[in-house]
Design a protein around this ligand. Structure first.
Ligand code: GLA
Length: 728
């Protein structure tokens, strides 16, 4: 039997312990256990389903305790992966960290446990922090590194998190992406060796793999069964998540990707790593997603509990051909369909160089008078006339070589002295050096000026259409060029914080050539993200399925576009396009002029239906029912309100063959004892709703036996959007 000594010095709400102790960090359904004995290594013992203080001993008795260092460092006893590696000013490459003190305290949103580790010889401190978010099942962790020596120390490795996993039949789910095909779900069994997901884009980190993963403890991933750990790194720069798998040990290391980013930590400087957030579910992947969605809405998406508007974005409707009359007509048509917000995308700015294509004007955020002689004022007048909100597109971190900004401030561009400048989109796009405080002021000023001049602007789409091209800053000193990837994001964070302090009610969308910046580094400043430039509803089912694993529907922008899709060329029924978009934050990205009257009438009904079910979709619990990745010819998901008195069910036919097998689908998340009335939300012909219209069925029946889809999804790309209302 293991001996534990627990002694506290209680100072108000702050507990400081200087003796050996188990620290149990819990949320309603999960627990994490670390031991910290002063003068010794801190140890990670357990992470899994919730345990009580009384059950701690059982973790040791049953042999489940890991006893693995909670933040292993390089230098002594080196074999294996390490969380940290540094070089001291005297050349010593080792660290030997032991516990100095542990603090536990409460802040508004969480319970915090801080383990202060100090080197045995050097005054070099690593504070390892665990944060249990109140009212959620998320615990996050990160470190704060303090250099209390007299000289600079170079950090070569600086992970946010390091933790062991019980080796078993472990499967990893991750979300690979590419422009137009973001968040494609991949599931694979982990074998011995290393599985790494990472990014080196510099600016937008989610178009390779999203910095998120799920890991099963016991076999193939299932939606509502099995033990699954889910983790995500809240960072929008380069990251690296490594599964280091061996027969007898398995560790996960997650943090900033340190490649080409060694960091010189000056005396007295503190380096804080990004937060790594995790949950542990005993109800499969669905449990992981719901835990992240709750956390996101409560803490990690800007104003994440305020439902988002239904918008029309001008991009696919007119591309760069923006003008006063065209925008006015779009607003008029969209308002007549019940739309709430109009967003003028790219093409509205550039005075000396009008923005007619991707090769000029970024940086010149003055309205293009040639196209918009009445200026933003004219557009706001139109919006007012049609009783609709107005927003616009910006890409404020960028310039084009053909721009007034570039002519005035060539030194603001990221580039390498004495080498030709690499250019991106339009062969002229370059990146502003956000490490420079003057540039930060400029970028803040883009939003600030627009908002000061036109306070009625309700929404901005903040885009980034470039990777970090040339790794050189004229602002950073020569010995700190390796800080560029990190300092860029610190600069971006500073700007976004200023914007949020001054403009809390401005709705911001995070876009990076589509879904390139879908991560919890960005979302704390943004109300939503553009999921992908691919608006093909069929492919969106796959994309949105992947995105829904970690990100909530309230933030997932999903737009109905033209029936011959501009990305894939596919033609899909308008009902199918709406039924797919309605499962996220509904919007449109289409030229309304090209829609016929029947289509407009349908869109009006669908928009009106969405307004009624919006709280269920945007704030409810998601249950994924039939995965498109299982290739069963159908896919289905549903949202349930927290009271379980309302739900919305979606089903989509993905392929079509005569007499094909179509499985019944069982619902989930409902109250078995409740009776629900089914309502067809988007019947093509109002007078001919689907067979289920008005039927009253118990939650028990809907969940145990489900509904038969074969009579409901009969044709190619047929779909269903049903509301379930509790019958008292
Ligand atoms: C990116 C975005 C698009 C659109 C264009 C405008 O590609 O992802 O939605 O805003 O830029 O240039």
């Amino acid at each position: 039997m293991r001996k534990r000594i627990c002694l506290f010095l209680v100072l108000g709400a702050l507990c400081i312990s200087s003796f050996a102790k188990d620290y149990l960090i819990s949320t309603p359904n999960t627990s994490l256990l670390v031991t910290a004995t002063p003068g010794e290594k801190s140890k990670f013992q357990y992470y899994g389903s919730h345990i009580s203080e009384k059950e701690i001993q059982s973790i040791y008795d049953s042999g489940l305790a890991f006893g693995v260092e909670s933040y292993p460092v390089f230098g002594l006893n080196t074999p294996g992966e390490r969380a940290m590696a540094v070089t001291q000013a005297d050349g010593n490459m080792s660290l030997d960290l032991v516990v100095e003190q542990v603090k536990q305290y409460s802040v508004d949103e969480a319970e915090i446990t801080e383990i202060r580790l100090e080197d045995k010889i050097y005054p070099f401190v690593v504070k390892q922090i665990f944060k249990a978010y109140r009212g959620t099942d998320i615990i996050s962790t990160w470190v704060e590194v303090e250099n209390n020596t007299k000289k600079a120390v170079t950090l070569y490795r600086f992970a946010s998190a390091f933790f062991p996993i019980h080796r078993g039949d472990n499967y990893m789910t991750h979300f690979h992406g590419h422009w137009g095909a973001e968040q494609t779900m991949e599931e694979e069994r982990l074998t011995n060796g290393q599985k790494v997901i990472s990014n080196k884009d510099g600016l937008a980190n989610t178009e390779t793999d999203n910095p998120s993963f799920m890991l099963t403890m016991d076999g193939k991933p299932q939606e509502e069964r099995g033990h699954v750990l889910g983790g995500t790194l809240a960072w929008t720069g380069n990251y690296l998540i490594k599964m280091d798998v061996h027969n007898t040990k398995f560790n996960i290391v997650a943090g900033i990707n340190e490649e080409n980013s060694h960091y010189i930590l000056e005396a007295k400087e503190v380096f804080t790593t990004p937060e790594f957030a995790m949950t542990y579910s005993t109800t499969g992947k669905g449990g992981v997603s719901r835990a992240f969605h709750h956390w996101a809405r409560q803490y990690k998406v800007w104003q994440g509990t305020i439902p988002n508007d239904i918008l029309l974005n001008s991009w696919e409707g007119v591309y760069f051909k923006v003008n006063q009359q065209g925008m006015d007509e779009m607003m008029k048509d969209f308002s007549a369909m019940g739309g709430e917000l109009f967003v003028m995308d790219d093409g509205w700015f550039g005075d000396k160089y009008p923005r007619n294509g991707a090769n000029s004007s970024l940086g010149d955020w003055e309205v293009c008078r040639e196209k918009l002689p009445e200026g933003i004022e004219g557009l706001l007048r139109s919006a007012k006339k049609y009783n609709i909100k107005f927003g616009l597109w910006i890409e404020p971190e960028m310039a084009n070589t053909k721009s007034e900004l570039f002519e005035k401030h060539p030194d603001w561009i990221m580039r390498i002295k004495n080498r030709p400048l690499s250019t991106g989109r339009g062969n002229t796009q370059v990146i502003l050096d956000l490490t420079n405080p003057e540039v930060q002021d400029f970028v803040f000023g883009v939003v600030d000026k627009l908002m000061t001049d036109y306070p009625e602007i309700a929404y901005m789409k903040w885009d980034d259409n470039s990777s970090l091209m040339d790794y050189g800053s004229s602002y950073l000193p020569k010995e700190k060029q390796s800080h560029l990837y990190i300092e860029y994001h610190r600069g971006l964070n500073k700007v976004l914080k200023r914007i949020r302090t001054k403009y809390p009610d401005l709705v911001l969308q995070a876009c990076a050539g589509g879904g390139g910046r879908v991560n919890y580094g960005m979302l704390p400043y943004f109300n939503e993200f553009w999921t992908s430039d691919d608006t093909d509803a069929l492919q969106r089912i796959y994309l949105q399925w992947g995105a829904s694993c970690f990100y909530p529907a309230i933030a997932m922008a999903s737009h109905v576009s033209a029936d011959k899709n501009h990305q894939t060329g596919r033609k899909l029924p308008l009902k199918f396009r709406f039924d797919v978009s309605m499962s996220g934050r509904l919007g449109m990205e289409i030229q309304p002029k090209d829609m016929n009257d029947a289509d407009k009438a349908f869109a009006k009904r669908a928009i009106s239906a969405y307004k009624k079910i919006r709280p269920v979709i945007q704030l409810g619990d998601l249950y994924r029912l039939v995965s498109p990745y299982e290739h069963k010819g159908v896919s289905s998901l549903m949202y349930v309100s927290s009271q379980k008195d309302r739900a919305v069910f979606f089903a989509y036919k993905l392929s079509h063959f005569i007499n094909m097998v179509i499985p019944n689908v069982r619902m989930n998340g409902l109250e078995p004892e409740k009776q629900y009335r089914l309502i067809d939300l988007t019947a093509v012909n109002e007078n001919k709703p689907c067979l289920l219209q008005g039927k009253i069925i118990s939650g028990k029946m809907l969940m145990e036996e489900g509904i038969a889809l074969k009579e409901l999804l009969k044709s190619e790309y047929s779909s269903l959007a049903l509301e379930l209302q509790e019958v008292q």
